[in-house]
Write a protein that binds this ligand. Structure first.
Ligand code: PEP
Length: 261
């Protein structure tokens, strides 16, 4: 079994004091679990460098929550891929439903960001997911296909090499209602089958992980991570409390150890 990738998405939370406190305690306890997981912390842009300075010597990686579609120039208020790379970012979350909804990000914009992240050799975490309405109407697979098709059409299936797709049902994000692990497993299988259409794709698309995100917590993490096609977790609220994030990492480590004896 390959290592699961556990990503903290801190969204618009934290300040110098809470982040220092988190990092001091997190670093004190996380060492025994580092070799069993890939761990990524994604703070708000303004705290990226602070977090990086604290984790760069450990095997913990830095994630950004967004990137602009432009590389440089007159785009007030934006952060470019060059800047993110310059300060040590390795992963970039794109397509999050909060950005699609609150910032009107379309599949076209997300596609441009995906392309840029790949061109600069960083790793995109592409969030896709269905709304409550789409779920009710049995349109989940269509919604996911539609979000994936933009990448496939413009960049080709090969673009998914060295990438992460985070399946995040919109009805589950921040609601406390996590999707059922068996349901998630089936959706992840569907996504994998949609991308790997034949043996050629299996040979050519390397290092694609499918993560789950949506109200993950210390109670549901085990059942989710035990599913064979859930390659990791994107954790929002539960990643803000260092004890909870650590527990999720410990659960992931135990599953890795159990499957690799
Ligand atoms: C997220 O924002 O990506 C997320 C999954 O949030 P939460 O865990 O709080 O539902």
């Amino acid at each position: 079994m390959k290592k699961k990738i556990i990503v903290a998405n801190w969204k618009l939370n934290g300040n110098t004091k809470t982040i220092s406190n988190f990092l001091i305690n997190f670093k004190l306890h996380v060492l025994p679990y580092l070799k069993y997981n890939t761990i990524v912390i994604s703070p708000s842009t303004i705290y990226l460098e602070r977090v990086y300075n604290n984790i760069q010597n450990l095997n913990i990686f830095l994630g950004a929550q967004n990137v602009d579609v432009n590389i440089k120039g007159s785009f007030t208020g934006e952060t470019s891929i060059l800047m993110l790379k310059d300060i040590g970012v390795k992963y970039v979350i794109i397509g999050h439903s909060e950005r699609r909804f609150f910032h009107n990000e379309t599949n076209e914009i997300i596609n441009k960001k995906f392309d840029l992240i790949k061109k600069f050799n960083l790793i995109p975490i592409l969030c896709i997911g269905e709304s409550q309405d789409e779920k009710n109407k049995n349109q989940t697979k269509e919604a996911l296909k539609n979000q994936l098709n933009h990448i496939i059409k413009h960049l080709g299936i090969q673009a998914f090499s060295n990438s992460i797709i985070a399946y995040e049902p919109i009805w589950s994000i921040g609601t406390g209602i996590s999707a059922d692990p068996i349901y998630v497993q089936k959706i992840h299988q569907f996504i994998k089958n949609y991308i790997y259409k034949n043996q050629n794709d299996i040979n050519n698309i390397k290092n694609l992980s499918i993560q789950y995100g949506g109200s993950v917590n210390i109670k549901n993490a085990k059942n989710l991570l035990e599913q064979p096609d859930i390659d990791g977790l994107l954790v929002g609220n539960s990643s803000l409390i260092y004890e909870d994030f650590l527990k999720i990492i410990k659960i992931s480590s135990d599953i890795f150890k159990k499957n690799n004896i």
